[in-house]
Design a protein around this ligand. Structure first.
Ligand SMILES: [Zn+2]
Ligand SMILES: [Zn+2]
Length: 189
């Protein structure tokens, strides 16, 4: 099993965001033996994934398409990154969604950076904070693809209902989740 996490731009998003994210994720996942690869070409968003009443995209529809696409390409772990507002089922908005797979050799997740920007809340943009929020949400959703569940400790796997929740959690696993992650990723090869 190849230990690679692919990053896929979806729709119109600043490619610079993915370059920074790749560097941050490399630093984080290197200890588990994972490489991070940026897929150069973006895939489009589809009209059928847009809810014109909510004025948001349906995260689960996008994720479903992403899964089909990466299975064809034989990518075993992929994170889609978007810059549009997304919702999931009954949640008004989400920062991201992920599979909690039975088969941990395959996983896909999505994050949206839209609500991680200070400017979304009409505040002055803070690039360092924006990038930190992105890496936290990325690690969180990727953590789910490895089978990690929500955690109540001071941990990146804590559920974020609001941006304040995201800001309060650290960009790392607690000891419990780190131990689980060690066991899971050891079994990869
Ligand atoms: Zn979660
Ligand atoms: Zn934890």
């Amino acid at each position: 099993m190849k230990k690679i996490i692919y990053l896929q731009r979806i729709g119109d998003i600043d490619p610079g965001i993915l370059i920074v994210l790749k560097k941050d994720l490399k630093w984080f996942f290197e200890k588990y033996g994972f490489k991070i690869v940026n897929i150069p070409n973006p895939i489009p968003l589809l009209k059928s994934e847009y809810d014109s009443y909510k004025r948001q995209y349906d995260a689960l529809k996008i994720k479903k398409r992403l899964i089909k696409y990466v299975k064809i390409k034989d990518y075993n772990r992929v994170l889609g990154v978007l810059d549009v507002d997304i919702f999931s089922k009954y949640l008004n908005f989400v920062f991201g969604v992920a599979d909690l797979p039975k088969n941990q050799n395959f996983g896909s997740a999505l994050i949206s950076v839209t609500r991680l920007k200070e400017s979304f809340y009409r505040r002055t943009e803070n690039i360092a904070l924006f990038e930190l929020r992105i890496v936290k949400e990325a690690i969180h959703e990727l953590g789910h693809t490895f089978g990690l569940k929500h955690c109540i400790n001071f941990c990146v796997m804590k559920f974020s209902n609001t941006l304040e929740d995201t800001d309060q959690k650290p960009p790392k696993f607690c000891e419990d989740c780190a131990n689980k992650m060690d066991i899971i990723t050891d079994n990869f090869d």
